[in-house]
Design a protein around this ligand. Structure first.
Ligand SMILES: [Fe+2]
Ligand SMILES: [Fe+2]
Length: 330
C-alpha cells in the first residue's frame, strides 16, 4: 500500500461509513477504498485504493499521525461487510476494538450474510457462512459483557426483510441465552432464527415490499414463506431438524390458529416459541411504510394484552425482563 497516495475526493456527494482503524487486519487484502477525514480542509481524502494489503508499517504511520478512524464509501458496504465477515473472529477477539464497535461490525456482517442469502438462497456457501456467523455471535454474546445491550442498540428500526431477519436473530439469541444452555442448542437455534424468513426469497417483490396492507390474496401467498423456507433449507447439508422446525413453525400460535400446521401448546417446541416472540416484537417495533414504529414498552404491552393467544406466557415474561434490562445476565 502506498500511504502517500492521498487525493481529495471529487466534489460529488458521497456518503461514508466511519469505522475504527483498529478493525483492519495486518497483511489482509482490502477490496474497498479507504478514506481519511481531513479536518483542516473539511474533506475526505483517498488514503488507499482497492485490493491492497494493510501492513504494520502503514498502521504505525497512521497511529503516529493521530488517525483512529477510517471512512468507507456507502457504495462499498458490500465489499466492506465481506471483509469484516472474513475477519470477524479476529476482530471480535481484539481488545483494541471497543465492544460497541464490535456489535456494530457484527450487525453489519450479519446483514451482509442475510442479504446474500435472500438474493441466492441456493448458493452453496449459505450454510457454512451462516454457521460461522452464528458461532461468532454466540461467542460474542457469552464472552462480552453487555453484548446484547450493544447489539440491540444497533438494530435497525426500518423494516427490510434482511434487517428484520438480523433483528429477530439478535432478539432470539438474547432470549435463548437466558433460556437454554449454550452447548445444547445455541448453534442450531441460532441457525433457525437467522434463516427463519429465508422462504421470503420466493415471495414476489410487489408483495414483500407492498406499501400498504396486504390484500387477502396477497396474504395467502405471503403465508407460504415458512414452507418455502423449509423446502429451501431441507435440501441443504448441515441444517438440523431443530432449525427446520423453527423455519417451518415460527408463525404457529400457542393457543392454535397459526400457520402452516395449526399447531398448539406442546406441539410447538420452546425454541420455536422463543423465535415467535422475537419475530412479533421486531415486527411491532420497526417502521413500515404503512405504520409508525412502536416503542418497546407499547409493543410489549400489546403483546401481553392482545396477543396472549400467540405466545408462551412464561417465555414472554423472561423476554419482558430482557428488554427492560438487556445488560443483566441470566
Ligand atoms: Fe415469517
Ligand atoms: Fe419474521
Amino acid at each position: 500500500m502506498n500511504a502517500d497516495s492521498t487525493a481529495p475526493l471529487p466534489a460529488e456527494k458521497t456518503d461514508f461509513m466511519v469505522f475504527p482503524l483498529a478493525l483492519l487486519r495486518i497483511n489482509k487484502i482490502m477490496h474497498f477504498e479507504i478514506y481519511l477525514w481531513n479536518p483542516k480542509q473539511q474533506e475526505h481524502v483517498l488514503f488507499c485504493g482497492k485490493n491492497l494489503k494493510f501492513t504494520d508499517e502503514v498502521k504505525d504511520r497512521l497511529l503516529d499521525n493521530g488517525v483512529s478512524e477510517i471512512h468507507v464509501r456507502d457504495s462499498e458496504q458490500h465489499a466492506f461487510s465481506h471483509y469484516v465477515e472474513d475477519n470477524l473472529t479476529a476482530i471480535l477477539d481484539d481488545p483494541a476494538v471497543k465492544p460497541e464497535q464490535k456489535a456494530d461490525l457484527l450487525y453489519l456482517s450479519l446483514t451482509g450474510v442475510i442479504e446474500d442469502v435472500m438474493m441466492d438462497p441456493r448458493a452453496g456457501n449459505v450454510v457454512p457462512r451462516s454457521k460461522r456467523i452464528v458461532e461468532n455471535t454466540c461467542k460474542f454474546i457469552y464472552e462480552q459483557r453487555n453484548a446484547l445491550e450493544f447489539m440491540m442498540r444497533v438494530c435497525s428500526f426500518d423494516y427490510y426483510t434482511y434487517t428484520h431477519s438480523v433483528n429477530v436473530f439478535v432478539f432470539a439469541m438474547a432470549l435463548g441465552a437466558r433460556v437454554f444452555p449454550k452447548e445444547e442448542v445455541m448453534d442450531d437455534y441460532g441457525m433457525g432464527a437467522l434463516l427463519h424468513d429465508v422462504g421470503k426469497s420466493r415471495i414476489p417483490d410487489e408483495i414483500l415490499n407492498c406499501k400498504g396492507r396486504l390484500t387477502d390474496e396477497q396474504f395467502v401467498i405471503m403465508k407460504k414463506h415458512p414452507e418455502y423456507g423449509f423446502e429451501i433449507l431441507q435440501e441443504k447439508d448441515g441444517i438440523s431438524p431443530l432449525a427446520l422446525d423453527m423455519v417451518l413453525h415460527h408463525h404457529e400460535r400457542i393457543q392454535g390458529g397459526g400457520y402452516p400446521d395449526n399447531l398448539s401448546g406442546d406441539q410447538i417446541c420452546r425454541e420455536v416459541r422463543c423465535l415467535t416472540i422475537a419475530d412479533i416484537f421486531d415486527a411491532l417495533t420497526t417502521r413500515r411504510s404503512y405504520k409508525e414504529q412502536m416503542n418497546s414498552f407499547h409493543a410489549l404491552k400489546l403483546m401481553r394484552d392482545e396477543m396472549a393467544d400467540h405466545i408462551d406466557p412464561d417465555l414472554f415474561r423472561i423476554f419482558v425482563q430482557l428488554i427492560s434490562d438487556p445488560g443483566a445476565r441470566k
